[in-house]
Ligand binder design. Structure first.
Ligand SMILES: Cc1cc2nc3c(=O)[nH]c(=O)nc-3n(C[C@H](O)[C@H](O)[C@H](O)COP(=O)(O)O)c2cc1C
Length: 188
């Protein structure tokens, strides 16, 4: 089956809910469906969401890419969908990501600044800028860099759990030592 790659830009129709950490709830639901469906047919790619706009890159077997794109186009959570790229692909360029989520991260901000762009408006990206964006998703997925602030907190939470266990252990050891000393005192 021939492979293809496709990228588009769109505008979100929902009012973003303020989130201090984690993924915006509408986007989180989109990601859940994407990962569930794309995984089944080996579709890979990345989804950027920022300034209430989307940029999505899809690659996989042509039929799957087309079917998925047709379904995505019907989704009322976005509008003004502009196809930026649609071309055959010789070999897959992503290894194992069903849908990598990338928020408006430092990398993307740096990319926008390098092109003197003051907001994230992927509909006006040139093909070169489109390639750069795809490169950012690829490197984010290759580095297994976490883009979900919940994940980013995970090591911190683990460390906190360990230090709590360590404290309890030390406390128990101190209690045992104290008990032993008192017992030894009664033997004198
Ligand atoms: C910006 C955007 C990107 C989406 N990307 C995907 C995708 O990559 N794969 C997918 O299956 N659905 C995607 N969806 C969701 C689909 O439009 C649709 O809701 C979903 O595929 C329905 O899946 P379900 O029948 O399993 O609930 C996207 C929706 C939006 C708004």
């Amino acid at each position: 089956m021939p492979l293809t790659r496709l990228a588009y830009a769109s505008e979100a129709t929902f009012a973003p809910k303020p989130v201090e950490q984690g993924v915006e709830p509408h986007v989180a639901r989109i990601l859940m469906a994407s990962r569930r469906n794309n995984g089944k047919c080996d579709l890979v790619g990345g989804l950027y969401y920022g300034d209430n706009r989307f940029f999505q890159y899809l690659e996989g077997e042509e039929e799957d890419v087309r079917k998925t794109y047709e379904r995505i186009k019907q989704d009322s959570r976005h509008r003004t969908i502009v196809k930026l790229m649609d071309e055959p692909l010789e070999a897959r360029t992503f290894s194992n990501w069903s849908m990598k989520y990338v928020p408006l991260s430092t990398d993307v901000r740096r990319f926008l600044a390098s092109h003197n762009l003051d907001s994230f408006n992927p509909a006006s990206f040139t093909s070169g800028q489109c390639e750069e964006m795809i490169g950012l998703v690829r490197s984010a997925s290759q580095n297994q860099k976490s883009v979900n602030p919940n994940d980013r907190n995970a090591p911190k939470q683990k460390a906190q759990a360990y230090s709590w266990k360590l404290r309890m252990g030390l406390l128990a050891a101190a209690a045992c030592l104290l008990g032993a000393l008192i017992y030894a005192g009664t033997m004198l």
